[in-house]
Design a protein around this ligand. Structure first.
Ligand SMILES: [Zn+2]
Length: 401
């Protein structure tokens, strides 16, 4: 089936014929004025390839026929961009390389062609090549800002965090735009790499840099709390985890399991109970988050948390549609506890297979907290669901109509 680009090329061939380019300008004009010029062989060959839907060959003939000059360069750029948009990246690369090969190309047009080529490489997943071209453009061209933006994106994909920081800082200076949040996350990534290598000193230094910017990301505090926990600095770890929940309630999903674990290790569950009671008195709106976090992480045996879970189960609208929760509520002691335990175990199982976080920008959902959304690429836009996603379970089990 002919593609959009086939039609575009066909249109170009027709335009060339109509303008007399193929027959006059690009053919040998040795006839007298007014006499019919000879047919251009490349033009006919190109048309023939198009009619047979051999777009690659047609493109080669188009490039051979139409030299890049001031009058045709925009057509070349338009065709290159069309091919890239269609996902025909090899063809886009061929066109942009053809433009760059022109010996007398103006510097501005060369930069434009190089930047187009970088976008082609990026689209094709050829990160090294895209990086090389962008580094060249970032060192002095009218595409400096755009090239630095692409470099940040490339370094994020390559996990080259120090290079991403350098490009981000240059970009801030040139564009006048703050990238402090992105750069803070780049430092947190470096800190996490250092933690993986058990280099806690380097990790602390990176976190410090991550937390020096504004707005501050709580990821820095979470990473620092993790370092304190791993190095048995219990006091610092507890202080930080409490602060994280207090300042960014939604991160209770990450901090609560750690808190329960540390208090448990310290045999200080009564202290945890008191602290959680105070927290819920201050932020009653996070009861569901506490309950859902406990269900997902199978935390039980802490009275304040168990109460939140029970309240959650009694009031979960989809759950009460399926189970007669009131009968369970009215049952006596042992039966009630056994029934609730069963429901809780079932919920825990469901929660382990349904998404827990969703990006507030694009709606992408995942099981784990992802600091950079893989879909829209924004940082720190994921928020936790506060209940089991029954809709996603039902979607999976409902056969297609
Ligand atoms: Zn997103």
């Amino acid at each position: 089936m002919p593609t959009e680009s086939t039609f575009f090329l066909a249109g170009l061939f027709l335009l060339l014929a109509a303008a007399g380019w193929a027959l006059g300008r690009f053919g040998e004009r040795d006839e007298e004025e007014g006499a019919p010029p000879p047919l251009n062989v490349d033009y006919l060959k190109g048309l023939n390839f198009l009619l047979n839907e051999q777009t690659d060959q047609a493109l080669e003939h188009f490039l051979k026929m139409v030299r890049v000059d001031d009058k045709t360069i925009e057509t070349h750029f338009a065709l290159g961009s069309l091919f890239r948009r269609r996902g025909e990246v090899d063809r886009a690369i061929r066109i942009h390389q053809n433009i760059i090969a022109r010996p007398d190309l103006a510097a501005e047009q060369k930069d434009q062609a190089l930047f187009s080529l970088a976008k082609d490489y990026l689209r094709a997943g050829l990160l090294d090549r895209a990086e090389n071209v962008c580094v060249r453009l970032a060192n002095g061209s009218r595409y400096q800002v755009e090239a630095l933006e692409q470099l940040c994106r490339i370094y994020e994909l390559e996990h080259e965090w120090q290079k991403a920081i350098d490009a981000g800082q240059k970009l801030e200076v040139l564009s006048g735009r703050s990238l402090e949040l992105e750069i803070a996350h780049y430092y947190c990534e470096l800190a996490e790499q250092a933690i993986a290598n058990k280099d806690y000193r380097a990790a602390r230094a990176y976190v410090k840099k991550a937390q020096s910017g504004r707005p501050r990301t709580m990821r820095g505090a979470l990473t620092r709390a993790g370092i304190a926990r791993d190095t048995n600095d219990t006091k610092t770890a507890l202080r930080l985890y409490h602060r994280i929940i207090d300042e960014s309630n939604y991160l209770i999903t990450e901090a609560l399991p750690q808190l329960v674990d540390i208090y448990d290790r310290e045999n200080a569950t009564d202290k945890l109970e008191r602290n959680l009671e105070n927290l819920l008195a201050k932020h009653p709106e996070i009861k569901n988050d506490v309950a859902y976090t406990a269900i997902v992480n199978q935390i039980d045996g802490v009275k304040v948390i168990d109460n939140c879970v029970e309240d959650y189960m009694m009031n979960e609208p989809t759950l009460t549609d399926f189970i007669d929760m009131q009968t369970i509520e009215d049952a006596n002691g042992q039966h009630r506890a056994a029934a609730l335990k069963k429901v809780r175990a079932a919920l825990s199982k469901l929660a382990s297979t349904t998404p827990r976080y969703q990006c507030k920008e694009c709606g992408f959902s995942s099981q784990q907290l992802l600091w950079q959304c893989p879909s829209c690429k924004y940082w720190e836009t994921q928020r936790p669901f506060t209940s089991v996603r029954f809709d996603s379970v039902l979607q999976r089990t409902t056969p297609a109509p």
